[in-house]
Design a protein around this ligand. Structure first.
Ligand code: UP5
Ligand code: MG
Length: 190
């Protein structure tokens, strides 16, 4: 960032809820930098470094990679950017992720978007994606959904209680969903 404290938006929602798709639209329209925690982790796997095998196995099982690993990648990406507004997509996934982020980054997010989408729709989208992701198979999807419900929903509720949560109806076409997202950023002074 160029100097001022960056504006941070966490983008949450279950697997296939449309986080990545809507983040791309927000980037186009509002000039944010998109940091997908899952993409940062998949990039680490492709670099074949010491953590790669551990990250790959964790993703294959639909479990959560140790917080320190993910937070370091996010921190590095923020620090190396000249932008001052970020979408952090798919993070924090559990309470421990959240507190580790706050400890290392030292700041809470400004707002949190939550794409609310029925489970059947999420499963249908993920299974028809066909991009060769190791976790897009029915067994891993079941685990991803379980982890989402048991570990991620409590984090979402935490932000709701803090008054930071913006819940977006995640059903309909990509365009329809973006029209629900747009007012959030048009109205926000950042
Ligand atoms: N699509 C999108 N919008 C649509 C619409 N309105 N109508 C019809 N189709 C629509 O969308 C999914 C698919 O649906 C795409 O094919 C899209 O074209 C279509 P997408 O925008 O990709 O949804 P998204 O919510 O981003 O789904 P994704 O599968 O990426 O979500 P996950 O949260 O499961 O994946 P992520 O990459 O964030 O994490 C993967 C794994 O990494 C985790 O399970 C975990 O093991 C690990 N991880 C961590 O350990 N820690 C982290 O902090 C982050 C990840
Ligand atoms: Mg995604």
């Amino acid at each position: 960032p160029k100097g001022k404290t960056p504006f941070i938006t966490f983008v949450l929602g279950g697997p296939g809820s449309g986080k990545g798709t809507q983040c791309a639209r927000i980037v186009e329209t509002f000039g944010f930098t998109h940091l997908s925690a899952g993409d940062l982790l998949r990039h680490e796997i492709s670099l074949n470094r010491e953590n790669g095998a551990m990250i790959l196995n964790t993703i294959k099982e639909g479990k959560i990679v140790p917080s320190e690993v993910t937070v370091k990648l996010i921190k590095r990406a923020i620090e190396s950017s000249v932008n001052d507004k970020f979408l952090i997509d798919g993070f924090p996934r559990c309470e421990e992720n959240r507190v580790t982020y706050e400890r290392i980054i030292g700041k809470e997010p400004n707002i949190v978007l939550f794409f609310d989408c029925p489970q059947e729709e999420m499963v249908k989208r993920v299974l028809s994606r066909n991009q060769g992701r190791v976790d897009d198979n029915i067994d891993t999807i079941k685990e991803r959904l379980k982890v989402f419900k048991t570990l991620n929903l409590p984090v979402i509720n935490y932000y709701a209680e803090k008054g930071k949560l913006l819940k977006i109806n995640g059903t309909g076409t990509e365009d329809e969903i973006f029209e629900r997202v747009r007012p959030v950023f048009s109205a926000w002074r950042y």
